[in-house]
Design a protein around this ligand. Sequence first.
Ligand code: CDP
Length: 224
Amino acid sequence: MPIPSIIAIDGPAASGKSTLGRRLADSLSYLFFDTGVMYRAVTWGALQRGLQIKDETEVTNLAETAQIDIRPASKEDGRACDVLLDGVDITWETRRPDVEANVSPVSAYRGVRQALASQQRRIGLRGKVVMVGRDIGTVVLPEADLKIYLDASAEERARRRYAEILQRGGQADYGQILAGVRSRDEIDSTRAFSPLRAAGDAIVLDSDKLNADEVFSKVEALCR
Ligand code: CDP
């Protein structure tokens, strides 16, 4: 069996998708594409411009016109890649709590999804790609050769996100993070357009029971 060329990894917030995706892409020498950063970039742009997040028309207009660029990391400060919005490096801005709190409502707008998913699909169809998100196996690249759905309990995911923030030297409250994770899960999985769910032909892995190395080994074995 040839090594799959288009690999889709979906799952809820902080389930370990990016860690797995980055490692897999490195080992196969594929492009790693984390689609969440595009939704975060639009959300940051909307907040920065003072738009009302509830204003679907304005937010969609921004998603349709903004130039989002994702480039190889230009700095060794822990970033996986550079995220630019209209030429401005906003990589760390996209991780801000106010972006985190507003990204799911922004991502629920149909026009926002259409604008971003068409760019993601164009890049994904070139192949040799590991694309990570919520709807990659179901909507963006339903023809993917391998689909993984990575799950974990909300408590475990909140614990990981908490540790990640502390490791970066930030401050965090576990209870708030857990509430944020649950709220995003709820919005992401109940929205009308491309909700978070496993594709029928996805392989579901539970990372509560598997550590990062075990998840990686399983998925690498599925590829080779
Ligand atoms: O890293 P984490 O799992 O916390 O979030 P992310 O992957 O950066 O995604 C942030 C938000 O963008 C999610 O909560 C979704 O609302 C949205 N998103 C989406 O709707 N579709 C995608 N393909 C990727 C992200």
